[in-house]
Design a protein around this ligand. Structure first.
Ligand SMILES: [Fe+2]
Length: 269
């Protein structure tokens, strides 16, 4: 992939999302949030790629994946007014469908095209399909986009919680009720060092815990360093009610984060 290809993709993306601007401020704010999210995920993926010593063409490939990873979000929000895939459709597959339908990736090689489409498709799965490990490049870029994406979602929600009531965005909170308590299965998953499942999310506390559980799917030391630097986890935890179980989770996540940092850095040596 050449620099001109990436320039074309960037321009196409901006023209495409322009079609979704709306006079309805709720829609407009959420579309704007996703455009900004895409920009930040592009920045994140480049940071992570460079930390992994990826250069030139590899960085262009990574940025293209980031640019298109949430392409389906725009049509999804316009059509269903929600970011909840289970109540609308899988936004990753929708993005792939749009890329194919519009033929955007036709200027680049088949190999790059397939890799981009698969990495977009895999970015929101619970885990990267096992067989992908046999395809080293795809596995690597899938891990990159998943980390870059999670980092920015954690930034968005942390910023929103810092603003308190004023920063609340029902679409970001998936229209969940702010009720007491949290799901037992989510607590169990976290204590067993597993990512929580969207199907178990019933209220706002649950979605906060689900996003915290993403630390069990972090692939690169640079991701952990950024997480720590910005204190996203403690910001999210601070927005939760004072409860013994929240305190237990906080201590557990802190020690898991430290252990993960050591493990990832050792793997790198
Ligand atoms: Fe996404």
């Amino acid at each position: 992939m050449q620099k001109e290809d990436l320039d074309f993709f960037r321009k196409w993306f901006l023209d495409y999302v322009d079609n979704f601007s709306s006079s309805d401020s709720f829609i407009q704010n959420n579309i704007k949030m996703k455009i900004e999210h895409t920009g930040k995920v592009c920045e994140n993926i480049l940071l992570l790629a460079k930390a992994e010593k990826i250069m030139g063409e590899g960085c262009r490939l990574a940025e293209t994946i980031a640019l298109f990873h949430d392409l389906g979000r725009f049509e999804q929000f316009m059509r269903y007014k929600t970011f909840k895939d289970s109540e609308s459709e899988n936004h990753a597959l929708l993005g792939v469908k749009i890329l194919k339908r519009k033929g955007i990736l036709s200027p680049i090689s088949r190999k790059e095209r397939d890799l981009i489409l698969k990495a977009v498709e895999y970015h929101n799965l619970m885990e990267i399909p096992e067989c992908t490990e046999n395809f080293k490049e795809l596995f690597f870029y899938s891990k990159l986009i998943r980390d870059a994406d999670k980092l920015d979602i954690l930034r968005i929600v942390s910023e929103s919680y810092k603003e308190g009531e004023k920063g609340r965005n029902p679409a970001l909170e998936l229209y969940l009720p702010d009720t007491a308590g949290c799901s037992e299965s989510i607590i169990t998953d976290i204590l067993n060092k597993r990512m929580a499942k969207m199907g178990d999310v019933k209220n706002l506390n649950d979605v906060k815990l689900l996003r915290l559980s993403w630390i069990f799917d972090i692939n690169f030391p640079a991701t952990l360093a950024i997480l720590k630097e910005h204190k996203y986890l403690s910001t999210i935890i601070s927005s939760m009610p004072e409860a013994e179980e929240v305190h237990v989770i906080e201590k557990h996540l802190e020690s898991c984060l430290n252990a993960a940092e050591i493990a990832l850095n050792e793997r790198k040596l």
